[in-house]
Design a binder for this molecule. Structure first.
Ligand SMILES: C[S@@+](CC[C@H](N)C(=O)[O-])C[C@H]1O[C@@H](n2cnc3c(N)ncnc32)[C@H](O)[C@@H]1O
Length: 283
């Protein structure tokens, strides 16, 4: 499946229109509710007294994370990097300490960005990396860090939807795992590396790594589900344009089944993971 998609000039399966940007904004605030902070308190404590800070937001989308954090760290310079400027806010609306730049994370980073950043943030690139070399992407992202610089990486993995609450409906039980899991697995291939980021980043030489607990917020289960369905609907629209018909049809059926389950009272939460780490300081 990944091979079928790679032939397309833009392998990114999701859209970058206003709706997609709105989905990212909602997801950002749902993630903020889960984590309780934009920047992990351990990193914030280490950098709060630095008079100048360089912070990168990799695959920044509409730059919502950088824009929000820029309010908390007015002394920092933020650089958002994305392969496409389509979701960037108009330049004149950006705070003076936020700049956005176009770059493909599968290409070597521009020289001016190598080892420049005190903090690198990376979030939700699962749908950007599938079918491509994850180690090359990690290498490029880590190259942005200064020695001693921190990384904060939040991502989703498959199974994307974990059912919560009542596992049955009447006489016919809900399918477990939901049909959509199989479709997502055949589309995105292995994504477990994103739930093992601590080990993966350690392999790339990072130190002081730890995973952050980010349990779902029980009273936002419906909103979390809505956001995931929004993403899945967008992926389905992308498949209709970029994948063979039978692939998009199978995905569409699985999505319909998921929507039907939700109508029957099923609730899900999305599986996210966050890992924090540091590039070894120079001795
Ligand atoms: C799901 S969005 C996440 C956006 C943002 N990180 C957030 O959490 O709100 C994925 C982003 O990755 C970007 N992207 C996809 N392929 C990329 C690449 N090769 N290089 C840089 N960015 C890429 C997309 O344009 C999109 O903005």
């Amino acid at each position: 499946m990944a091979a079928a998609m790679k032939a397309h000039p833009d392998p990114y399966i999701m859209s970058r229109n206003t709706l997609a940007s709105g989905r990212l904004t909602a997801q950002h605030y749902l993630l903020l509710r889960r984590l309780g902070w934009l920047l992990h308190p351990h990193i914030a404590a280490q950098v709060q007294h630095c008079r100048s800070l360089e912070i990168a937001d990799v695959a920044c989308g509409n730059a919502i994370w950088a824009l929000d954090l820029a309010r908390e760290f007015p002394q920092a310079n933020f650089t958002g990097i994305d392969i496409s400027p389509q979701q960037f806010p108009p330049h004149f609306t950006l705070p003076r300490n936020v700049n956005l730049d176009v770059h493909d994370i599968f290409q070597p980073m521009p020289e001016r960005y190598i080892a420049r950043f005190d903090i690198v943030h990376c979030r939700l690139i699962m749908a950007a990396v599938y079918g491509q070399n994850k180690d090359w992407v990690m290498h490029n992202i880590i190259a942005l860090l200064k020695p001693g610089g921190y990384i904060q990486w939040t991502d989703a993995t498959i199974p994307l939807l974990q059912a919560t609450g009542a596992p049955t409906r009447g006489r016919r039980p809900f399918r477990e795992p939901p049909a959509i899991t199989l479709q997502l697995t055949s589309l995105f291939g292995p994504t477990e590396w994103l739930r093992r980021l601590r080990e993966e980043l350690q392999r790339h030489g990072l130190v002081n790594l730890f995973d952050v607990d980010m349990p779902p917020v029980p009273w936002l289960s419906r909103q979390d589900t809505d956001n995931a369905i929004w993403a899945l609907t967008d992926i389905h629209a992308g498949l209709k344009l970029k994948a063979p018909k039978e692939v998009s049809e199978k995905f569409g059926h699985a999505l319909d089944e998921t929507l039907d389950d939700i109508k029957q009272g099923r609730a899900y939460f999305t599986t996210y993971f966050t890992t924090i780490g540091q590039k070894a300081p120079v001795r």
